[in-house]
Design a protein around this ligand. Structure first.
Ligand SMILES: *[C@@H]1O[C@H](CO)[C@@H](O)[C@H](O)[C@H]1NC(C)=O
Ligand SMILES: *[C@@H]1O[C@H](CO)[C@@H](O)[C@H](O)[C@H]1NC(C)=O
Ligand SMILES: *[C@@H]1O[C@H](CO)[C@@H](O)[C@H](O)[C@H]1NC(C)=O
Length: 310
C-alpha cells in the first residue's frame, strides 16, 4: 500500500492507471520537494521520498540496498468489512516507511457474492490494489487459511521466491510494525515458523502459533501447496492445524515464539499494553481500536490547524 493511490504498486500488483490529472499534481509537488531537498538535504531526504515519489516505491527501494527481507502480510477478512479495511490501511500506511524491509499488506477473502460487492471491491482494487480473492466460499475454519497459503505459489508463478516470509493475520489485530519487523530481522529464511506459541507450557518449541498472526517462510508455503499432509486435512481450527501439518512432516524447525508480546486487548490503562508489543488482538469494536491507537500514539503527530479541531 502506498500514500500515492494508484501510482505505487509492487510488481505483482502493477497495473492501476496513473493518468494526466495525477501528473498535474505531481509536477508542482516534485518542484516543491526538490526545493526542500536542496535546502536541507539530510533532514528532508526520507520524508521527501516517502511523500513525493510518483513512481513505484517499495520501502526497500528507498535506501537503494536490497531489503533484509520481503514479507507478504495477508489479513484474512470478509468482503463486507469495508470500514475495517479503511482503518487498517491508514494505520499501517502511517507506520511506513519500513527501513530495509519490503512489506506488502494484502486483504484476503473468498468469492464475492453480491453485485454491490463486485462494484465496491473493484473500486477498492483500482484505488489500492491490495486485495486477494481466493477461490472459495467464506468460512472460518473450513480451510480458508489452507486456501490462502496453498494458492500463493500459483498466484506468483514465474517469480522465483517472491517473498521470504508470508504472514497470516486477522482484521481485528493491531500490528506494531517497528517491534514486529525488528523481531524478524536476521531470522532464518528457510523452514521458519514465527508467532506466539501455544500452549503456554511449551514455550521453547510450541506445537502451534496462535491465529492472531503467524509467519511461515516461503519454502513452507510451497510445501503446503504441494504436500498431501495439509491437502488431506485442510479444515479445522486453522492455527492448530498449521502447527499440526508442520509437526507431522518434521518441518518448521526454526520456530520463534514471541510469546506474550502478542496478546489480546486487556484493558484501557497503560499497564494493559506491553512496551515491547508486537500485536494486540481481539480488537472487537471502535472503543478497543481507539484505545489501542491512542496508547501507541498513532495520531500524536497531528498538527494544529485552523481547519479542524479534534
Ligand atoms: C468462485 O468464483 C469463481 C469465478 O467466478 C468460480 O469459478 C468458482 O467456482 C467459485 N468458487 C466457489 C467455491 O464458489
Ligand atoms: C490482564 O489484566 C489482568 C488484570 O489487570 C492481569 O491480571 C493480567 O495479567 C493481564 N493479562 C495480560 C496478558 O497482560
Ligand atoms: C506516547 O507518547 C508519550 C509522549 O511523548 C510518551 O511518553 C509515551 O511513552 C508514548 N507511548 C508509547 C507507547 O510509545
Amino acid at each position: 500500500m502506498s500514500t500515492m493511490k494508484g501510482c505505487c504498486q509492487t510488481k505483482a500488483f502493477a497495473g492501476a492507471p496513473c493518468g494526466t490529472p495525477v501528473l498535474i499534481v505531481i509536477l508542482p509537488l516534485t518542484l516543491l520537494c526538490t526545493l526542500f531537498l536542496f535546502s536541507s538535504p539530510n533532514h528532508f531526504q526520507f520524508s521527501f521520498f516517502s511523500n513525493c515519489q510518483p513512481n513505484e516505491v517499495s520501502d526497500a527501494s528507498l535506501d537503494k540496498s536490497e531489503p533484509d527481507f520481503r514479507l507478504l502480510i495477508g489479513i484474512l477478512t470478509i468482503p463486507n468489512s469495508y470500514k475495517q479495511r479503511h482503518l487498517l490501511r491508514m494505520i499501517y500506511d502511517l507506520q511506513r516507511p519500513f527501513p530495509r524491509a519490503q512489506v506488502d499488506v494484502r486483504f484476503v477473502f473468498c468469492n464475492l457474492t453480491t453485485d454491490e460487492q463486485r462494484e465496491f471491491i473493484a473500486l477498492e482494487i483500482l484505488a489500492h490494489n491490495d486485495i486477494i480473492i481466493l477461490n472459495c466460499k467464506e468460512n472460518m475454519n473450513e480451510g480458508k487459511t489452507y486456501k490462502y497459503f496453498s494458492s500463493l505459489p500459483q498466484m506468483f508463478e514465474g517469480e522465483d521466491k517472491p517473498y521470504d516470509y508470508v504472514m497470516k493475520t486477522d482484521d481485528d489485530t493491531y500490528l506494531h510494525f517497528h517491534n514486529f519487523l525488528e523481531s524478524l530481522r536476521g531470522k532464518p529464511k528457510e523452514d521458519m515458523y514465527w508467532g506466539s506459541g501455544m500452549p503456554m507450557l511449551d514455550q521453547d518449541f510450541p506445537p502451534f502459533m496462535v491465529g492472531t498472526g503467524y509467519i511461515l517462510s516461503w519454502d513452507l508455503i510451497e510445501w503446503i501447496a504441494t504436500s498431501d499432509i495439509p491437502r488431506n486435512d485442510p479444515a479445522g481450527p486453522e492455527d492448530i492445524y498449521t502447527g499440526m501439518w508442520l509437526d507431522k512432516a518434521g518441518k518448521g524447525l526454526n520456530r520463534y515464539n514471541m510469546g506474550p508480546r502478542v496478546y489480546n486487548f486487556n484493558g484501557t490503562e497503560a499497564k494493559d499494553f506491553l512496551p515491547e508489543t508486537i500485536a494486540v488482538h481481539s480488537l472487537k469494536n471502535d472503543f478497543m481500536w481507539a484505545t489501542t491507537l491512542k496508547h501507541f500514539n498513532a495520531t500524536a503527530t497531528i498538527k494544529p490547524s485552523i481547519l479542524y479541531h479534534i
